[in-house]
Design a protein around this ligand. Structure first.
Ligand code: ZN
Ligand code: ZN
Length: 252
């Protein structure tokens, strides 16, 4: 179809012109890179992408363990107390180097990072997404949403849904309590902080569904557990979690 070809051609020319004026930049250091939504070679080296072996439940990466031995392995924390969600998977280890990527997405209006991060999430969460029914973002309280204007988890959920073709519902969960920020709290305090902070808005939407919760960071899992609990009570048949960053060793 010639019209389509011309359109594609124009779009390509437009992109090239834009690249000359505003070349794509590395999401972490701002150096010029070949493609939008990429990291330069040196920043790519700095990010610890999570690959097997990892805990089959919470997805925390194992270090110094034979892959064969880790196949059905769960980490110490999950062995002591299994999470309420079924499985969690993350793209990279959330540390001093990778932190700036997510902080900029959350607080510096760098919503243009979303498609690239979502693409990584789809890869990291492939086994969860293959038979999932529904994607649900962890909601922000409406006041926090009012001040921040966007919910980074909802943006990620929209792109994960678009790329994986798993439908998403943005208002299936509501934050009923304005909880203080989780930063600097111990694992127990985090759990207490978010206990009963969420409600399911429509049980019919989630009942008998295999759900994937989307959030930016998994620290102790308290928020995701709190969401998973109400979704299970509302009849969800499975609740997995897919995040971008994973704090390597949850405190407590
Ligand atoms: Zn860079
Ligand atoms: Zn674990």
């Amino acid at each position: 179809m010639p019209t389509l070809k011309i359109q594609t051609r124009w779009r390509e020319m437009g992109r090239r012109a834009l690249d000359t004026v505003m070349p794509p930049r590395c999401m972490m250091c701002g150096d010029v890179v070949a493609d939008p939504g990429a990291l330069c070679a040196s920043c790519f080296e700095d990010v610890t992408f999570i690959t097997e072996p990892f805990c089959t439940l919470c997805g925390i990466p194992f270090v110094d363990i034979y892959v064969e031995a880790a196949e059905t392995a769960v980490c110490g924390a999950c062995a002591r107390q299994a999470p309420i969600f079924d499985r969690a998977r993350a793209v990279f280890v959330y540390d001093d180097k990778s932190r700036n990527l997510l902080t900029r997405l959350k607080h510096a209006d760098r919503t243009d990072f979303t498609p690239a991060l979502a693409r990584w999430m789809v890869r990291a969460g492939a086994s969860l997404l293959e038979d999932a029914d529904l994607i649900i973002p962890v909601p922000l309280h409406r006041w926090r949403l009012f001040f921040r204007t966007y919910n980074q988890s909802a943006l990620l959920a929209r792109w994960v849904s678009r790329l994986s073709h798993v439908p998403s519902v943005y208002n299936a969960l509501r934050r009923s309590k304005m909880t203080p920020s989780q930063g600097g709290l111990s694992a127990t305090a985090r759990r207490r902080n978010v206990a009963r902070a969420f409600v399911v808005t429509d049980e019919e939407v989630v009942s008998d569904k295999k759900i994937i919760l989307i959030d930016d960071v998994l620290t102790t899992g308290a928020t995701l557990d709190s969401c998973a609990r109400v979704l299970r009570e509302a009849g969800a048949s499975r609740v997995d979690a897919l995040v971008v960053g994973r704090v390597p060793a949850p405190s407590g």
